[in-house]
Design a binder for this molecule. Structure first.
Ligand code: ZN
Length: 258
């Protein structure tokens, strides 16, 4: 009996390893799950339906934003996976959770919500995320992965979420109504004052950010712009999210007085 159990354990383990290998192969090779592939400059776009011509403009605008990041690397050739029929984005979300989009490895971005290229947004439920900024956010994850490597990146490295998600938000949110830190803090305070359970922060183009990500972004903006830390130093630093928030709010108070 013991021998039988041992045999079955081995068989099940082999099948599990094979299935995992197959899954990893599919995730790393999106062409297996898409009907079409189109080259747009540095980007290989995987899609099932005809592409909107304006996608090139969105990708180029995201690249312009990304040039402000210290980790920008012109040599990275991105795979952009559309959500227009393929099961690829749904497959990713089974493992990585529901998302507007996902950026993973050093060069893969999958759009997961409903994409409207012409009006420049990605929608999940009733919430719209600016498409250009979303591309810049996910590509930033790839640049950071490229810089720090698999073992020092999330989910393996367990970097605090406020640092891991705040940096792509810091890089990508570059519209004129998003760049002033004091005004951003004021906006966040105002939203909390009106409704402490409010999920999102709206921007001038009617898209939004989750309040959580907006807060993360402000913390990164404070650490990098005001405390003059580098992102590498910030990842090594042990100051907590709570303490950094307190420091930022103290700074904000002095800004209001002056
Ligand atoms: Zn992210």
């Amino acid at each position: 009996m013991k021998r039988k159990i041992f045999k079955w354990t081995i068989r099940i383990s082999v099948v599990a390893v094979l299935l995992l290998g197959l899954l990893v192969a599919i995730v790393l090779k999106p062409s297996l799950m898409y009907a079409n592939k189109t080259l747009l400059g540095n980007f290989t776009v995987y899609h099932d339906k005809p592409l909107d011509k304006e996608l090139k403009l969105r990708l180029d605008n995201a690249t312009e934003i990304l040039k402000t990041s210290q980790f920008y690397d012109v040599n990275i050739k991105f795979d952009i996976c559309m959500n227009d029929g393929s099961l690829y984005p749904s497959l990713l979300q089974v493992f990585l959770g529901r998302a507007f989009a996902l950026g993973f490895t050093s060069n893969k971005v999958a759009l997961c919500g409903t994409v409207n290229i012409k009006d420049n947004y990605v929608q999940v439920n009733d919430c719209r995320w600016n498409l250009t900024q979303l591309l810049a956010h996910e590509e930033t994850h790839c640049f950071v992965f490229n810089k720090f490597g698999f073992w020092k990146s999330n989910p393996i490295a367990h970097q605090p979420l406020w640092k891991w998600e705040g940096y792509p938000e810091y890089v990508s949110r570059r519209a004129s109504d998003q760049i002033d830190l004091a005004k951003n803090i004021e906006r966040l305070n105002e939203v909390i004052r009106k409704n402490k359970d409010e999920w999102g922060i709206s921007f001038a183009d009617s898209t939004l950010s989750s309040r959580e990500y907006f807060h993360y972004r402000l913390l990164i903006q404070y650490c990098l712009d005001i405390k003059k830390m580098t992102y590498e130093n910030l990842l090594k630093d042990t100051t907590s999210e709570q303490t950094t928030t307190t420091q930022m709010m103290n700074w904000f108070t002095t800004q209001k007085i002056n």
